[in-house]
Design a protein around this ligand. Structure first.
Ligand code: SF4
Length: 224
């Protein structure tokens, strides 16, 4: 079994609750979604067996917090992940999954070997795509077995009703302590968008214990 991997590198996490944290990144190739703000349209990859990828990761000698599985959408290659994660966890390496939060069955397959889930809620007025509320609810229910935070990208087109639906999903699962990250779309970053995000941060804070506005640091600093 081989996975398509677009990149393997060391960097600081650029977004979400762990922004600024040193990680080794494995960027998996391929995603079936088509978010209009997507910044990872990949066109090349190498193929690795679980053991080959594990050997490659082991070459990083710098201290790092966790291994970030990102994409694309890593869960599209969940059978590979199942085997790869067994090797990684045997070594005691912490694992951090960045995911679009849609593929619940695939998450269930590997959740035991994941430590932290960085889960997106795809707001249709942000992505320009379909709604996934049921999928997100099912996914979050599984992710709650581990540490999890939810991230939403806020664009100029984002409608408040989508944010309300996102809150409803979280509250339905009695998960008000799950951190919610509002990430302004880097490509549209301006005063108006920031004002909108700050207003919505106040609104969400009425319902959830931890709401933060965190822009993409790696874009702002030019890091990978
Ligand atoms: S889910 Fe993520 S990788 Fe897939 S298109 Fe959307 S932003 Fe890009």
């Amino acid at each position: 079994m081989k996975a398509k991997v677009a990149d393997i590198f060391f960097s600081l996490q650029g977004e979400g609750l762990y922004a600024g944290t040193p990680q080794v990144f494995v960027r998996f190739y391929g995603c079936k979604q088509a978010c209009r703000f997507c910044d990872t349209r990949l066109n090349a990859y190498d193929k690795y067996t679980p053991l080959e990828l594990y050997d490659r990761v082991k070459r990083f000698k710098v201290p790092y917090h966790s291994l970030c599985l990102t994409g694309g959408e890593p869960l599209q290659q969940h059978d590979f992940l199942k085997e790869f994660l067994r090797l990684v966890k045997y070594d005691g390496i912490a694992t951090y999954l960045e995911t679009n939060g849609i593929l619940a069955d695939e998450l269930a397959h590997i959740i035991e070997d994941i430590d932290i889930v960085a889960m997106d809620f795809k707001l249709p007025s942000s992505t320009g795509s379909l709604e996934y509320w049921q999928e997100h609810q099912k996914f979050l229910k599984i992710a709650l077995k581990k540490e999890v935070f939810v991230k939403v990208v806020i664009c100029q087109t984002t409608e408040r009703i989508d944010l309300e639906k996102a809150l409803k999903v979280i509250l339905k699962l009695r998960a008000k302590k799950v951190p919610l990250i509002l990430q302004p779309n880097f490509f549209e970053l301006n005063k108006d968008l920031l004002a909108k995000v700050r207003l919505w941060e106040k609104y969400c804070s009425r319902y959830l214990s931890c709401v933060k506005v965190i822009p993409q640091l790696h874009k702002m600093t030019g890091a990978k």
